[in-house]
Design a protein around this ligand. Structure first.
Ligand code: MSP
Length: 513
């Protein structure tokens, strides 16, 4: 049933330009989810890639005076470089111009075309097209006569096209979403899609003849496959569709297609209908997040509001970057990006919060115990912190499992705050002045150090580098952080007395506003 592997996908991005932080938002979220499932001990397959066919790409290459293939060959590494610096640990990077994808699309098209229900038929398309979206619109869809997403003029097209009989799938789609309420998240998006389907579905064009940058239809080589039909198929290509049946059975269906809300319609309506027509099982879930906005508008290159991730990475570092976006934007809703609030968040939660906690505890272990973790004594396993830590871990776990990324991170920070307060109340620096209270001091510092160990585990999906550094500073490298598994790794008492810690450089240096 494909339950062996947790399969998560990002959209495949248009490489007509370099990524901005809006694209990176999708990829960071997908990576956090993927790392969390690895932490749960699951086998994970995390797929990303680039969507390299279609008119948008052909025009971008033409504008640059280049041939399209060499243009996309040059762009793909630029995207991969950004993902490398953001620690996006994908397992496969698919490019739709690869031969493996062309084979899968050919096979998929054939399966739909030959399904005996005439689901692909020849017709004439006359209407409006937005090249930036690579999507067809009606007059009613337009806002002030312009594309509703890009606010740019649409093009009038008349062409002989093959059509996909989407209209025949409305009932089956509704049945599917009613039987599987989790198949579409969050709830507002589910409602949106249901009403879209109930409003009636129009067949959509699956081929173009006016340009040739795409995959040829196997039964009519005058046509190239419509870019969205081609692109959506990437999710099965990479799972082995048409090339490796055994692997496909293990990996497919996808557990989560993570997408932005702008491309929900393609993933929640077109794609499942295409799969039904090809006789392939449907993905378990489509999860549509909101937009990063600038001044209330979706951040985009087309609207000239794109910020390259390196601009922020150079300033904040990768862990802070990943943390701030997951923490500050309620996952699922739109959220405004501002430099000031990111600095504020960094200083409050990371520099003063977790960073300060780690540096204080490690410094005290150094001064009072030569860096060795003291005996816990009886105190260190009772009290508020040892009770809170597993509770936080369980809540983080439940939220992450439900893709509630913001509350998951929020839960972890309850423990950070509680541990900082614990130090303020217990005042280990005062206990250290009294030789008679050595056991109490040991219990407090054991408690604090053990909390840091658990925190290192819990933050690892969001902040892989900081987590590994903290793990090393706690002297735990004998069993690498990457081998830790939830829930066991968050159980209280994992830290052994005598472990040699060492205070390294600050995890999160304070930033100037
Ligand atoms: N190529 C198609 C996807 C095909 S998937 C079979 C595409 N590419 S895209 O590059 O335009 O966008 C890819 C993803 O980036 C989408 O999920 C989109 O929502 C996301 N984002 C682009 N700008 C964004 C923001 N400003 N904010 C959040 N996500 C945004 O669509």
């Amino acid at each position: 049933m494909g339950r062996d592997v947790f399969y998560i996908t990002t959209p495949i991005y248009y490489p007509n330009d370099v990524p901005h932080i809006g694209h990176a938002y999708t990829s960071v979220a997908a990576d956090v989810i993927a790392r969390y499932h690895r932490l749960r001990g699951e086998e994970v397959f995390h797929l990303t890639g680039t969507d390299e066919h279609g008119l948008k790409l052909q025009r971008a290459a033409e504008a640059a005076g280049r041939d399209v293939q060499s243009w996309v060959d040059e762009m793909a590494p630029k995207w991969q470089e950004v993902w490398r610096r953001l620690l996006i640990g994908y397992d496969d990077y698919i490019r739709t111009t690869e031969p493996r994808h062309e084979r899968a699309v050919t096979e998929f098209l054939t399966a739909v075309h030959d399904n005996g229900r005439d689901d692909i038929y020849l017709g004439t398309y006359e209407g409006l097209y937005c090249v930036a979206c690579e999507a067809y619109y009606t007059e009613d869809d337009l806002v002030d006569g312009l594309c509703p997403v890009h606010h740019r003029p649409v093009e009038h097209v008349t062409e002989e096209n093959y059509f996909f009989r989407l209209s025949a799938y409305a009932d089956r789609l509704l049945e599917h979403y009613e039987a599987h309420p989790d198949a579409l998240e969050p709830e507002v998006r589910r409602k949106e899609v249901l009403s879209l389907i109930r409003g009636g579905l129009r067949d959509f064009s699956v081929s173009r003849t006016s340009f040739d940058w795409g995959i040829r239809l196997p039964w009519d080589a005058r046509h190239v496959c419509y870019v969205w039909f081609d692109a959506l198929t990437n999710y099965v290509t990479a799972a082995g569709y048409g090339s490796d049946a055994e692997r496909f059975a293990r990996v497919w269906p996808a557990d989560i297609h993570l997408v932005g809300k702008d491309i929900l319609r393609f993933h929640a309506v077109y794609w499942p209908a295409m799969l039904m027509a090809a006789g392939v099982e449907l993905p378990r879930q489509v999860w549509a997040h909101g937009f990063l906005t600038v001044g209330g508008e979706k951040m985009s290159k087309t609207n000239a509001t794109g910020i390259h991730p390196f601009q922020l990475l150079d300033h904040f570092g990768v862990d802070s970057y990943r943390y701030c976006f997951m923490r500050d934007i309620q996952f699922g809703a739109d959220g405004n990006f501002s430099w000031e609030s990111m600095v504020e968040r960094h200083n409050a939660d990371l520099a003063n919060g977790l960073g300060n906690l780690a540096s204080r505890v490690l410094a005290m272990l150094g001064s009072y115990y030569g860096g060795e973790v003291p005996e816990p004594g009886r105190e260190a396993s009772s009290g508020a912190i040892p009770a809170l830590a597993p509770d936080v871990a369980a809540r983080m776990d439940a939220h992450m499992g439900a893709v509630a990324l913001t509350p998951a991170v929020g839960a972890v920070w309850e423990l950070v705050d509680a541990a900082n307060k614990y130090l303020v109340t217990t005042e280990p620096w005062s206990l250290a002045k009294d030789a008679d209270r050595r056991d109490e001091l040991g219990a407090v510092l054991y408690t604090a150090a053990e909390t840091l160990r658990i925190l290192a585990v819990l933050i690892s999906p969001v902040m892989p580098e900081a987590s590994a550094r903290l793990w090393s500073q706690l002297g735990l490298d004998a069993t690498p952080i990457g081998e830790q598994r939830l829930p066991a790794a968050a159980a209280w008492g994992g830290l052994t007395a005598g472990t040699q810690t060492s205070k390294g450089p600050a995890l999160f240096p304070r930033l100037d506003a």
